[in-house]
Design a binder for this molecule. Structure first.
Ligand SMILES: Cc1ncc(COP(=O)(O)O)c(C=O)c1O
Length: 449
């Protein structure tokens, strides 16, 4: 039986879009019962850093739509590349076939690592990239004849996504607890945090060294059963923009080599230039064995994630039989449109020297946020590349009030607990940068306790 639009009782066109959404869309990361009092906001259009509502309202996308919209919405070069791609090849499975966007993208990413990482696997979301990295690590050890190396180590406060494998190495009780019986929990070690260093009168380097001591103790005790250590390099994003010194990454590389453990760098939030360099690990001058990227890789236009693997890991899967191969796949693995968008994003980053100009853009935002240093409600102001964060003395409640105030002033943010942060799109004018910093500062002052 076909149901015409007019017959469909669910589709009450007189209800507004947020109400229709509440009735049929299961929104992510949301208590649906709250949507009656706090409806979701319909967005009808986006342009550069701006999002537009149904009634002509305009908001600045202060967190790049969950950190994905890297350059700004609907970047013309990416849109053009997608149009061109649609005229030739929409999709083809990547088993038994290949296509130019996948090859171009893989070559570009491998080149960006200076060939330290040699092969690229494709998936669609951050969590599915983590699944690939975790599986490649464990199977590489198995193929090497070390079947006991199956456990993973992560940092306290880590976030690596919400599929079951990724949740196993995610130390976030809120997301993890309901699924605890289903998870194969990783071992959690307390990581470095520049805020803790300051509170305890330590330098960030000393803080990193202490965290490495804890990690080494664990590696000494459990090394024979450990497949990989996974971390978010330089900054734990969803954990509350926890920043730490790059010495920690240097030590991780050394310890992983010493104890024969893979290092998985999850650059899903920190990659694509967010921390100032294309990969955050570049700031330490070391490469992991596996590196995950997603979010900004397509400029935020289409879902795509990639895992870059070392030649050693890749070689561990080569054999005449298929049993030792990496048989993991998703239907849309290496989708040509998504890959083409990613190549256009990389072209734009280099053609427009985006990361170089971001230094100045970041400085302008930081300058405009400076009045907050005098505000007693603002704790631990911090910046890494194009990430700006502080903690609210008044906790989560105060952060939510700042969020509401900022929205009324045309700025969309989404605090994490007590942490308020900006992670704006990169392509901003000087005027945008000043407005952004000023508007957040004014919002904080307006709700000061
Ligand atoms: C560091 C990190 N890893 C993994 C993920 C999961 O990515 P996705 O939400 O695309 O599955 C996220 C998402 O925020 C992330 O920040």
């Amino acid at each position: 039986m076909t149901v015409s639009k007019s017959e469909d009782s669910f589709q009450d066109m007189s209800a507004n879009l947020s109400e229709r959404s509440r009735r049929v869309v299961w929104h992510p990361c949301t208590q649906m019962q709250n949507l009656i009092d706090a409806p979701v906001e319909p967005i009808t259009k986006a342009e550069g850093p701006w999002l537009f509502g149904q009634k002509g309202q305009r908001w600045f996308d202060g967190i790049s739509s969950w950190w994905t919209c890297l350059l700004g919405h609907r970047h013309p070069a990416i849109i053009q590349a997608l149009h061109d791609q649609l005229d030739t090849l929409d999709h083809i499975m990547l088993a038994g076939f290949t296509h130019q966007p996948a090859v171009d993208l893989a070559e570009r990413l491998v080149a960006l690592t200076g060939r330290a990482l040699s092969h690229v696997s494709f998936a669609s979301d951050g969590a599915s990239a983590l699944e690939i990295a975790l599986k490649q690590s464990a199977q590489a050890w198995l193929n090497h004849g070390l079947p006991l190396k199956t456990r993973f180590v992560c940092l306290s406060g880590s976030y690596h996504g919400e599929t079951l494998g990724a949740l196993g190495v995610t130390d976030q009780a809120l997301f993890r607890e309901p699924y605890r019986p289903l998870l194969r929990a990783g071992l959690v070690v307390s990581g470095p945090d520049n805020r803790r260093a300051r509170l305890n009168g330590r330098t960030p380097q000393e803080e990193a060294a202490l965290a490495l001591t804890r990690l080494e103790t664990l590696f000494q005790e459990e090394g024979a059963t450990l497949a990989a250590f996974v971390c978010e390099p330089l900054m734990q994003g969803a954990g509350g923009m926890v920043m730490y010194h790059f010495d920690f990454l240097l030590g991780v590389r050394r310890l992983c080599d010493t104890y024969n453990i893979h290092w998985i760098a999850d650059e899903i939030a920190t990659g694509c230039g967010r921390t100032g360099t294309f990969f955050a690990v570049e700031q330490a001058g070391v490469w992991p064995d596996l590196l995950c990227l997603s979010k900004g890789i397509t400029g935020g236009l289409l879902p795509l994630s990639v895992v870059l693997s070392s030649e050693d890991i890749f070689k561990a899967f080569l054999d005449e039989g298929v049993g030792r191969a990496f048989l993991h796949s998703h239907s849309f693995t290496g989708n040509p449109l998504a890959c083409r968008a990613a190549v256009a994003m990389l072209d734009t980053l280099s053609d427009e020297q985006v990361l170089f100009h971001n230094k100045e853009r970041g400085d302008q935002i930081e300058l405009a946020l400076k009045p907050l240093l005098e505000c007693p409600d603002v704790l631990e102001m911090r910046r890494l590349g194009m990430v700006f964060a502080f903690d609210c003395r008044g906790g989560e409640t105060q952060a939510k009030r700042i969020q509401a105030e900022a929205k009324s002033r045309g700025l969309l943010i989404r605090p994490i607990g007590a942490t308020v942060y900006l992670m704006p799109p990169f392509l901003l004018s000087r005027e945008n940068c000043v407005w952004l910093g000023d508007t957040l500062s004014a919002s904080v002052v307006a709700v000061a306790e």
